[in-house]
Design a protein around this ligand. Structure first.
Ligand SMILES: Cc1ncc(COP(=O)(O)O)c(C=O)c1O
Length: 411
């Protein structure tokens, strides 16, 4: 038998190809050709994993902690997660309300598998992290994308949330702080969303993997900390990837109502099984003893954010929310659509990202990957030196753009 597309299950056929493929493949080719592209597509910290965390993992190997652990996670790591939620959010969780998985992404996937029946609607505010709609579709659910607006700081308003709810709504998938916008919801805003979620019995799946990376002295509010009713219908997803510079260790965790966590554990037991034993030991060290490393990284990110934001706002007609979290800025560059430079016509965020890649040698992610085509994502998980060069190049390339000529106008 010769396999073809028709051999694939429908759930795979429904998953679109990455809209950023052209940018990614051109970036790879340019780098291979020795061109000094500055990569601001980066979705992971550009810091090393803290020394004490690495040492804990080395000791785990030497101590032969290299076998299967409990499927739902090694109990001492669950205890460390409990300590963090108690200290950071004044929240109490029991070990059976926690699951340790192979990255936050794995937790999100398992949560979707547990929650979503065919036809269930999941409300996803845009801009959203690229994987959310795909995960919902893989479960045969329906992603209901709710576009946010700049006047609301790219946040889901209670009004829009309420308007999106139908009898088929199962869950709200929230990302706070947000990738790609860096926006952080205030406690007051979350309270308003929680009130609706509770009244309408909408389960909240909240991805708080960037919770530690917040600036200007603010603290991130965990959705489950709003009140007991909200906690009873919220799964919080988190992990060590972003806060502790541990993306490669593949370690995430989720806390939430016992029966939902038990369901996620069932899925996990028949798919990935426990997360890597060595990474679990490293994560205990990270959660318990790396908070000062986090503070240093946060200070560096904040400096870069301040610089990048000020440079972006100096570009005429560009607007950008005062993002207080994650390591991304998401400026609106749509004033530069319908422009051109030497025959390069720019009509979309894809076109602009391609132009900036080829002309400015700066790699960026076009906003349509996140459901908002007027924007472009800039990551500041890069050295200050590279950020300065990149912003110089972007400003120069943008200044060369001219209104599209008569001959290049759309018919
Ligand atoms: C919003 C968001 N959630 C989840 C993840 C995945 O995290 P992990 O590495 O723990 O799987 C990422 C990684 O880019 C992310 O940006």
């Amino acid at each position: 038998m010769v396999t073809s597309e028709t051999s694939l299950a429908k759930r795979i056929l429904d998953i679109g190809h990455s809209s950023t493929m052209r940018i990614a493949s051109t970036t790879i080719q340019m780098k291979a050709d020795g061109i000094d592209v500055i990569d601001l597509c980066v979705g992971e910290p550009n810091f090393p994993t803290p020394e004490n965390v690495k040492n804990a993992a080395k000791r785990a190997i030497d101590d032969d902690f290299t076998k299967y652990t409990a499927n739902e996670g090694y109990v001492p790591l669950k205890q460390a997660v409990i300590r963090r939620y108690r200290e950071d959010h004044n929240l109490e969780y029991k070990p059976d309300e926690i699951i340790i998985s192979t990255g936050a992404k794995n937790c999100l996937y398992n949560a979707c598998a547990v929650l979503i029946n065919k036809g269930d609607e999941v409300i996803i505010p845009a801009p959203y992290w690229v994987s959310y709609p795909h995960m919902v579709r893989m479960m045969q659910g329906v992603p209901v994308i709710v576009e946010t607006s700049e006047k609301d700081d790219l946040q889901l308003t209670p009004k829009k949330f309420k308007a999106a709810i139908t009898p088929k709504t199962k869950a709200l998938l929230l990302n706070n702080p947000s990738n790609p916008s860096g926006i952080v919801y205030s406690r007051q805003q979350l309270e308003a969303l929680a009130e609706i979620a509770v009244a309408e019995s909408v389960i909240v799946l909240t991805d708080e993997v960037y919770e530690k990376l917040v600036y200007d002295g603010i603290r991130n509010t965990c959705f489950a900390s709003i009140n007991e009713q909200a906690k009873a219908q919220t799964i919080v997803v988190n992990g060590v990837s972003k806060a502790y510079a541990m993306t490669g260790w593949r370690l995430g965790y989720a806390v939430g109502p016992r029966e939902l966590i038990r369901g996620m554990a069932k899925i996990q037991s028949h798919s990935t099984s426990n997360a890597c034993s060595i990474s679990q030991i490293a994560a205990i060290e990270a959660l318990d003893n790396a908070q000062s490393d986090v503070a240093k990284m946060v200070a560096a990110y904040q400096q870069r954010r301040d610089y990048m934001l000020s440079r972006l706002l100096q570009i005429p007609h560009v607007s950008c929310a005062q993002a207080q979290g994650a390591f991304y800025l998401f400026p609106n560059f749509s004033a530069y659509y319908d422009t051109e430079y030497q025959g390069n016509v720019i009509r979309t965020s894809q076109d602009l990202a391609y132009y900036l890649l080829t002309q400015a040698r700066v790699a960026l992610v076009p906003g349509d990957a996140f459901g908002m085509g007027k924007f472009i994502r800039f990551s500041y998980s890069a050295s200050m030196k590279n950020i300065k060069i990149a912003m110089e190049r972007v400003a120069e390339a943008i200044s060369k753009l001219q209104p599209v000529s008569e001959s290049n106008r759309n018919p």
